[in-house]
Design a binder for this molecule. Structure first.
Ligand code: MN
Ligand code: MN
Length: 473
């Protein structure tokens, strides 16, 4: 057998196994794994005894997504995927956004234009459904699910995006009928708007009140309601960006009753707290995202959920908004109420290193759990497995060789996104990707992204087995 590239001397970790073996790559795919492979004319990379994990799959990130508030996404598919690669992520699944009055088809067509010729990583799309008309439910959703777009995000909050319970039920029923994977942003919209009015009337408008306007019970109620809607329809759902102990309790209770409820969390709920919103000179706006960061006790509950399986997916929710920018966090000026601060924080590059350092190297989770949460499970849940998300014969050769000795102090200067800050500035961690390989090509080495613009390809999602209804309810 002839290989283009052989990686030897690594500890190869999958969601279940560790193998000390050589990986033989040809035509961008893993063709053989063995204790010893014939070198032939292959290029050789010696991993020097280090961990090799599957390239990360970031199943929740916003790239070049048009906004409804006049702000602008700082990262397009070029800068966003450049940042992803430098942090070990080789596949991204951002969101194609349906504007109300427009179709899913228009959203997908527009989004392909934004990605094509720019992306450095491979990519797939989720759809955001904001206008579930009869045509969307009866014609477009079945066609989308069949044609490589099997996942849909719905919002329970944000006026320009939210669906009511009846609309969510309609989308869930279509997902059930066609084996689509439904994702839900679970926060109670009326509670947020009422609390926001109360805070503003009391003159409490600084960024830190963003957290007070959407406390844990607001997330609990919506999570409970999302679970109930899923149960009524008997269709699996995934609750995105879970932040609070209240929401985790609802998810565990649902999972304990046998419901197919999946859950995702993100680095900001492990490493930030609401005190990060309480910074002078509007700096707190840098950490305004929804749900908001909570407190140390909530962080522990999120860690516990990662350790013991309440969560299946760990994503960045990279929502790139520049700080010192009139199209960014300062859209309405520094004196504006928290209500008007564009939501979202960057994190596509720091996602894997943070969890590797604070999870794996500090002994909170093992390497298999790390691989499951960051690559294998998201690939499975969104129909990209086994092509993506694992290290197996026939899979795309998407790999990360880790330098687990390296001490890193995170600073925005070292990152590759187009955002003017990182919420993790100054944080000391250990370990960073040494070499990143995408479809057999070295795309990051010696701290340099070597991928050519536009090399990334669209990977259609197939029907996720995770979306099969239990037929028990
Ligand atoms: Mn969201
Ligand atoms: Mn998001």
């Amino acid at each position: 057998m002839k290989f283009d590239l052989i990686i030897r001397g690594g500890r190869v970790a999958t969601a279940t196994d560790v193998m000390t073996c050589e990986i033989g790559i040809a035509d961008g795919r893993i063709m053989a794994m063995a204790e010893k492979l014939d070198t032939g004319t292959a290029q050789i990379i010696d991993a020097g005894g280090r961990w090799i994990t599957p390239g990360g799959v970031d199943a929740h990130c916003h790239l070049d997504q048009p906004s409804t508030d006049g702000s602008r996404a700082a990262d397009d598919f070029f800068t966003g995927t450049r940042s992803a690669i430098a942090g070990g992520t080789t596949t991204v699944i951002p969101f194609a956004f349906q504007f109300r009055g427009s179709s899913l088809d228009a959203a997908v067509t527009d989004y392909h234009e934004r990605a094509s010729g720019k992306a450095l990583t491979d990519y797939s799309f989720h759809l955001i459904v904001t206008d579930p008309t009869t045509d969307v439910i009866q014609r477009e959703m079945p066609a989308m699910i069949r044609n490589g777009y099997p996942s849909f995000k719905m919002y329970m909050t944000y006026n320009s995006m939210k669906l009511n319970d009846r609309q969510i039920l309609e989308v869930l029923a279509a997902a059930r009928e066609n084996q689509g994977m439904a994702m839900i942003h679970a926060e109670n919209s009326d509670c947020i708007s009422w609390l926001t009015d109360q805070l503003e009337n009391a003159g409490k408008i600084e960024p830190r009140y963003h957290a007070a306007s959407r406390p844990g019970p607001v997330e609990r109620e919506a999570t409970h309601r999302a679970v109930t809607l899923s149960e009524l329809v008997d269709v699996p759902i995934l609750i995105v960006h879970v932040s609070s102990k209240e929401a985790v309790e609802e998810i565990r209770r649902a999972q304990g009753r046998g419901l197919r409820i999946y859950a995702e969390t993100c680095p900001q709920y492990l490493f930030l707290t609401e005190s990060d919103l309480d910074q002078p000179d509007f700096e707190g706006a840098k950490c305004v995202c929804s749900p908001p960061p909570r407190d140390k006790a909530n962080q522990q509950v999120i860690w516990d959920g990662l350790c013991n399986g309440a969560f299946q997916v760990f994503s960045s929710d990279h929502a790139p908004t520049r700080f010192d920018d009139p199209e960014g966090k300062k859209l309405k000026g520094e004196k504006a109420s928290f209500r008007w601060i564009p939501n979202g924080i960057p994190g596509i590059e720091t996602r894997l290193p943070l969890l590797f350092s604070e999870g794996v190297l500090k002994g909170r989770i093992d390497i298999h759990t790390f691989v499951s949460l960051t690559a294998t499970n998201p690939a499975k849940i969104y129909g990209l497995h086994p092509r993506k998300g694992s290290i197996a014969i026939g899979s795309d050769a998407d790999l990360v060789i880790w330098d687990d000795e390296r001490e890193v102090t995170i600073s925005n200067d070292m990152l590759h996104h187009n955002v003017d800050y990182t919420p993790y500035e100054g944080m000391a961690i250990r370990g960073w990707p040494d070499t990143v390989i995408s479809r057999g090509e070295v795309v990051f080495a010696d701290d340099t992204v070597t991928a050519n613009k536009g090399r990334g390809i669209f990977v259609p999602g197939s029907l996720p087995t995770a979306a099969v209804p239990s037929k028990r309810f």
